[in-house]
Design a binder for this molecule. Structure first.
Ligand code: ADP
Ligand code: MG
Ligand code: ZN
Length: 323
């Protein structure tokens, strides 16, 4: 029986790894710049080295298991990374099997949104809450749903893709190939693109001015909006409303008590939250709406590590009590 997990976050430009216990304390945290040019095996070596380092510090190799979070697309049940936007050359990598062979421990792979939802419900803003929708407003719109204490996973562990719920049959094309996905309105990439369009159509000059010679990002559009640029304010208002339409539908289906919001784009604050909050009642049945609280993420910078650990405790409960 072990009360800790070894958690690895492959999502950023660094690999982050740590021992995390069941009450959500991060111990022996280590980080290393991801050797993206080295290919799959160089990165596996880095993870194994990082594991050995933290096990040495911890003084034991006894864990409930190893949790790995990656941005995906993944096959979580099969432990396969089909493709990773931040890891060039990764295609159909059987990551769980490769790490199990090297570490001689069970490995569970999970996507960032679903793991973060588990992390928030175990250690974060949704502690002791059995019904929540987690949203990561980042470059895309990541998410996870916990319903009656269970993660919504579906047949292959791919469920919970809230960001790719379509809200407009005639909407614009999403990065996933779908049409009118929520992400195409409120993902960071979409906000940036709408910012570019506002500049090209001469509805905004401030966005270009703030960006200077650099790329227009969602952060730039947010700055323009904060300085009163009408086109930029409208981009966020439409994004917040789009989010309310899609989330309203899910709220009606799942009757959650909490919506937890994290991600870099959430720093735009009321530019998104005001239109989101004020529109949500229009797309939710009143008795269901009355149970909802909307709160910020409590995990933030270490969301990936917490999520990877939570996924171990969630997916490997038997080992916790029987080993
Ligand atoms: P991911 O993990 O999906 O790459 P993050 O959660 O780090 O993304 O969020 C990145 C997104 O947040 C980008 O689109 C970026 O432009 C946006 N962003 C970062 N800071 C701010 C800010 N202060 N205001 C608005 N958007 C921001
Ligand atoms: Mg992310
Ligand atoms: Zn999509």
């Amino acid at each position: 029986m072990s009360d800790v997990a070894f958690a690895v976050d492959l999502g950023g430009t660094n690999i982050r790894g740590a021992i995390v216990n069941r009450t959500g304390e991060i111990k022996h945290f280590r980080t290393v710049r991801t050797a993206v040019r080295g290919g799959v095996y160089a990165i596996i070596d880095q993870i194994v080295q990082l594991a050995e380092d933290v096990f040495d510090e911890y003084g034991s190799r006894l864990t409930a298991g190893v949790g790995v979070v990656a941005p995906g697309p993944l096959e979580p049940r099969a432990g396969i990374v089909r493709f990773a936007p931040n890891l060039p050359g990764w295609e159909n990598v059987p990551l769980s099997r490769l790490l199990e062979e090297r570490l001689q421990m069970p490995v569970v792979l999970g996507n960032d949104g679903n793991c973060a939802a588990l992390g928030e419900s175990m250690f974060g803003a949704g502690k002791h809450v059995d019904n929540l929708i987690y949203l990561a407003l980042g470059t895309g719109l990541g998410a996870g749903i916990i319903h009656q204490g269970q993660l919504i996973e579906g047949i292959a562990g791919l469920g919970g893709e809230v960001g790719h719920v379509s809200i407009d049959p005639n909407g614009s094309r999403c990065t996933c190939g779908g049409i009118g996905c929520m992400e195409a309105y409120i993902g960071g990439w979409a906000i940036a693109r709408h910012g570019e369009m506002a500049v090209h159509s001469e509805r905004s000059s401030l966005i270009r001015e703030i960006a200077g010679d650099d790329r227009i990002t969602a952060e730039v559009v947010a700055k323009a909006a904060q300085q009163g640029d009408a086109a930029a304010i409208d981009i966020f208002a439409r994004g917040g409303r789009a989010l309310a339409v899609g989330i309203g539908g899910l709220v009606n289906v799942f009757n959650p008590e909490l919506i937890v919001i994290g991600g870099g784009l959430a720093r735009a604050g009321d530019l998104i939250f005001e239109p989101f909050r004020s529109s949500l009642p229009h797309y939710t049945m009143l008795p269901i709406y009355q149970h909802i609280a909307i709160v910020p993420s409590a995990l933030e910078t270490n969301t990936g590590v917490y999520g990877a650990a939570a996924n171990v405790f969630y997916q490997l409960p038997d080992r916790m009590t029987s080993s």
